[in-house]
Write a protein that binds this ligand. Sequence first.
Ligand SMILES: [Zn+2]
Length: 348
Amino acid sequence: MDAGLLSRLPKVVLHDHLDGGLRPATALELAEANGYPGLPAEDAASLARWFFQGRSAGLERYLEAFEQTVAVMQTADALARVAEEAVLDLAAEGAVYAEIRFAPTLHLRGGLTPERVLDAVLAGTASGRGRAGIAAFVIVCALRHQDDAIAVAELAGRYAGRGVVGFDLAGSEAGFPASRHRAACRAAAGAGLRLTLHAGEGAGVDSIADALGCGAERLGHGVRLAEDLTVRAGGVVGMGPVAARVHAAGIPLEVCPSSNLHTGMYAAMAEHPVGLLHRAGFAVTLNPDNRLMSGTSMTAEFAQVVEHQGFGLEDLKAVTLRAVEAAFCPPEVAREVRERVLAGYPSG
Ligand SMILES: [Zn+2]
């Protein structure tokens, strides 16, 4: 499949972190404008290399990279600019729909209130949407290892119907089960938000079951569901109770292949379970997670699964249409997005 076709295909993005997708040049300009001296490089190319360490990096280094992006996102202007550019950059590689997520509480160091933070990100998203002509919404994340998830859920809930469509639990999964924040999940859902929870990345099948128990409608990553499968000759021959439940309910998995490689979950793309899960009928969707830290894009994720997981055009179309179905936007928006996806695939 040629690279031109892959980049032109319409894409639907469900899992993309705002603080994981900055343009290196923008990070430099924001650091300069806000007097932040801590960036580890002075030109965009070196900075991009510093952020993208690939598989050699390890989790520690990956988290340190977020310290740097978050440090330059502490003013309303910076947040609005980064949000706008995220929408524009995704649109430039074919995205017709994007849900961009972030944790408002990471952006209070410059004195902004959580409301100002959300207002700024929503203004940036709206501006990007207008300029790029695509649909874009925001998912608000609370952090599993912190104790303010209820307040974050209530904040997000006040923005339901005003650009925020979902609530997520991000941060350290191992040792911090979703059920620790059950009340926050309930508050978000009660305010009209949809729930997607990171699970099955930093922890395994139990964590996925726990997230489902908290009402997760989609799973961020979810790939460690593969640990609940019996596999023979490259095919699924048996499912444990959690996998069977996810399979039967068609719970969408927001799979981010490159990210999983870079955090050390799999040694090579050929070993990633994305193809196995897809072929077994799980509701796999493809996502970039952190475009800057993983040096990736939606197009690159498509290319990875084509090259290493046997995906063809029909598979890419299937995961994209599945992502439309899983989208948290109002149904009339989803209908339009679906039309754009169908129109963008070669007929036949
Ligand atoms: Zn994520």
